[in-house]
Design a binder for this molecule. Sequence first.
Ligand SMILES: *[C@@H]1O[C@H](CO)[C@@H](O)[C@H](O)[C@H]1NC(C)=O
Ligand SMILES: *[C@@H]1O[C@H](CO)[C@@H](O)[C@H](O)[C@H]1NC(C)=O
Length: 343
Amino acid sequence: MAKQNQLSFLTSATLLVVIVSVSETLCRPLGEENLLKQHEEWMAIHGRVYKGAAEKAKRYEIFKDNVKRINAFNNGKDVGYKLSANKFTDLTNEEFRASYTGYKRSPTSVLFSVDAKPFKYANFTATPAALDWRAKKAVTSVKDQGECGSCWAFSAVAAMEGITMLRKGKLVPLSVQQLVDCDVNDEGCRGGLMDRAFEFIISKGGLTTEANYPYRGDMRTCNKAKTANHAASITGYQDVPANNEKALLQAVANQPVSVAIEASGFNFQFYSSGVFTGSCGTSIDHAVTAVGYGKTSGGTKYWLLKNSWGTGWGEKGYMRIQRDVSSRTGLCGLAMNASYPTA
Ligand SMILES: *[C@@H]1O[C@H](CO)[C@@H](O)[C@H](O)[C@H]1NC(C)=O
Ligand SMILES: *[C@@H]1O[C@H](CO)[C@@H](O)[C@H](O)[C@H]1NC(C)=O
C-alpha cells in the first residue's frame, strides 16, 4: 500500500515536471515573469542595487531587450561563437561604450619617438603554428577595469608584464593605477594610448607593482612615494607595421602585444565563447593584449586576446577572434595600431 502511494506520488511529480516543461516551451520567447525573475537573480549575482522603482523599471527594460537579443542570436544560425548575459546586461550599448572602453583614437599631440628602430621582428620566420603565452607563464590574471576608460593602461601593463617575464624570468603584476594617476601623457579614466604609456614609463624609469600601488578604478592624485619603487622597466617600444596580420604574427610569436580594437558593438559586449567573427567595424575605441594565436579543430584561425572586463566576460576574460581575415585592418581593426615595449 505504502509502495503504491509512493508510486502515485512519483507519477504526479513526473506529470508536474512535464506540465512545467510544456508550458515553458509554449511560452517561448521567454515570458515576462521569467525575465523579471532572471533580472532579480542577475541583480543578486552582480550586486546591483538601483535607486528607486523608476530606475529599476528602466534597467529592467534594457535588461529584457538585451536578453532577448542575446537569445535570438544564440538561437539563430551558428556562426562559431555565442553570446551571454554578463555584467553589462542592464546597460544600453551607448552606456557601455561610454564607460568601459577608453582608447583615444585621435591623439591630442604628436607622439615623440623614443625608439626609432624599425620593426625588429621583420625577418622573423620561426613562428610556431600555435602559441599561448599563458602556458609560458607570461600573462598575469585577468583584471577588471570597472567603470573607467583605462583599457589603454591595462593593455600597456600586460605587454610590459610579458616582456619583463621573458627577459627576467619573473612574472610580476605591475601597477595599472600608477598609469591612471600619474601618466600625464594620457587621460586616466578618460582614455589614453599604449604608446604614450610606454613613453611615460620610459621617462620615469619603470613601474611599481600592482601590490604596491593597487588598482582603484578611478582617478586619484599620483602617489609619488609609491612610484619610486620600480619593479620593472622598459627601454623602448615599437609599432607593428600597420594593417599587416603577418607582421602582427611575427610580433606575437615573440611577446605579448598591445592591440587597439573596435569593441563597442553589441556582439563584442556580450561575447561569451567561440571564435568571434564580427560583425564589427574599424572605429578603434578599446585596447586589449594579444597573448597568443592558434587554429580550431574546424580550421578557423584565431588570435587570443586578453581583455580587462573581468573573468565573467568571454572565455574567462579572454576572446578568441578570427585571424587572417580578408581585410588588411584585421577583424575589428586589430592590426591597425599594435605595439609592444622593448626591454
Ligand atoms: C631584414 O633583412 C633585410 C635583408 O637582409 C635587412 O636589410 C634588414 O635590415 C633586416 N631587418 C631587420 C629588422 O633585421
Ligand atoms: C592608428 O593607425 C592608423 C592607421 O594605420 C593611423 O592613421 C593612426 O594614426 C594610428 N593611431 C595611433 C594613435 O597611433
